[in-house]
Design a protein around this ligand. Structure first.
Ligand code: NAD
Length: 269
C-alpha cells in the first residue's frame, strides 16, 4: 500500500474503540505514527490492544491517557507528543459520547457531559494542534499543509434528533467551529474538515444493530442498505489527512450510505 502519510504524527482522540480505533489502524497503515488516546485508566487495556494491532501490522504508535474535556490534560498530551516525536501533523478530533434523555428530563449534568467532551474537547485539542502547526510551519517533505485537523461530527449536525438534543447540539456546534477555524487558518495552510458518519457499527449505537429487528429498522434509514464499518471512516480520514485533498478545507464530508438523502421520500414521500 502507498504510504501517503509516511512519518507524520497523528493524534487520534477516543481511539480505544469504534471509529477512533478504525481510523488509527488506517492512518498507521498509511505510514503515520499514531497517538492512540484514551480517557481513563480503565480504557488503557483497550488502547494497548489497538496499539498491538497497529504494531503487528508493521505500524508505529503509542498510547496516551487524556480526558479531552480537561484543559490541563490536553495541553499535557500535546506537549508530551511534541517532546517525544518532534511535532504533530494530524489531529483526529474523534472522542465523543451520548447521554440520551427526553428533553424535559435531561439533567444539566447530561447536557454538560456531552457538550464538555464532544464540543469543548474538540475545541481544546484543535487549539493545541493549531498552536503547534503555527510554531512548526510547512515542512514540504512531510506535507503541503502546515497541519490537518479532522473533526468527527455526525449526520446529526444536520438531522435533528429528538431524545438526543445535547448530542445534536454538540455536533451542530462542531460544524460551525470547524468552518470558522478553517476560514481563520486557511491562509496559514492549515486544513480543517469534518467527517459526518451515518450509522457505523460501534459500541456507541449497539442497540441499533445488535438484533436482526433493530438492524432491519436501521436499514430503512440507509439507502445503501448496509451498516457502515470503522474502516469506511478510516479510508475517508486518510484521504482528508493526505495531500490528495490539499485543496479541500472547511467541508463536512458525509460518509453515511445516503442517510442524509431523505430516504423516506424515495417512494414519493
Ligand atoms: P465509541 O463509544 O466506540 O467511541 C468513543 C470513544 O471516545 C471511546 O473510545 C471513549 O473511550 C472515548 N471518549 C469518551 N470520552 C472521552 C474523553 N473525555 N476523552 C477522551 N476520549 C473519550 O463510539 P464511536 O461510534 O466510535 O464514536 C466515535 C465518534 O464518532 C464520536 O464522536 C461519535 O459521536 C461519532 N459518530 C459515531 C457514529 C456511529 O454510528 N458510530 C455516527 C456519527 C458520529
Amino acid at each position: 500500500m502507498e504510504k501517503k502519510l509516511q512519518g507524520q504524527v497523528a493524534v487520534v482522540t477516543g481511539a480505544s474503540s469504534g471509529i477512533g480505533a478504525g481510523v488509527s489502524r488506517s492512518l498507521a497503515a498509511a505510514g503515520a505514527i499514531v497517538i492512540v488516546n484514551h480517557p481513563v485508566a480503565a480504557t488503557r487495556d483497550a488502547a494497548e490492544a489497538v496499539l498491538a494491532e497497529i504494531t503487528a501490522a508493521g505500524g508505529q504508535g503509542i498510547t496516551c491517557q487524556c480526558d479531552v474535556s480537561k484543559e490541563n490534560e490536553v495541553v499535557q498530551m500535546f506537549a508530551d507528543t511534541v517532546r517525544q516525536f518532534g511535532t504533530v501533523d494530524i489531529l483526529i478530533n474523534n472522542a465523543g459520547l451520548q447521554r440520551d434523555a427526553p428533553f424535559t428530563d435531561m439533567t444539566l449534568e447530561q447536557w454538560n457531559t456531552v457538550l464538555g467532551v464532544n464540543l469543548t474537547g474538540q475545541f481544546l485539542c484543535a487549539r493545541e494542534a493549531i498552536r503547534e502547526f503555527l510554531r512548526r510551519g510547512i515542512v514540504p517533505e512531510r506535507s503541503k499543509a502546515a497541519g490537518k485537523i479532522i473533526c468527527m461530527s455526525s449526520v446529526h449536525e444536520v438531522i435533528p434528533w429528538g431524545g438526543h438534543a445535547n448530542y445534536a447540539a454538540s455536533k451542530g456546534g462542531i460544524m460551525l467551529m470547524m468552518k470558522s477555524i478553517a476560514q481563520e487558518y486557511a491562509g496559514k495552510k492549515i486544513r480543517i474538515n469534518s467527517i459526518c458518519p451515518g450509522a457505523i457499527q460501534t459500541p456507541i449505537n449497539k442497540q441499533a444493530w445488535d438484533t436482526p429487528e433493530a438492524l432491519e429498522s436501521l436499514l430503512t434509514l440507509i439507502p445503501y442498505q448496509r451498516i457502515g464499518q470503522p474502516e469506511d471512516i478510516g479510508n475517508a480520514a486518510v484521504w482528508l489527512a493526505s495531500d490528495e485533498s490539499d485543496y479541500v478545507t472547511g467541508i463536512s464530508l458525509f460518509v453515511d450510505g445516503g442517510m442524509t438523502l431523505y430516504p423516506g421520500f424515495s417512494t414519493n414521500g
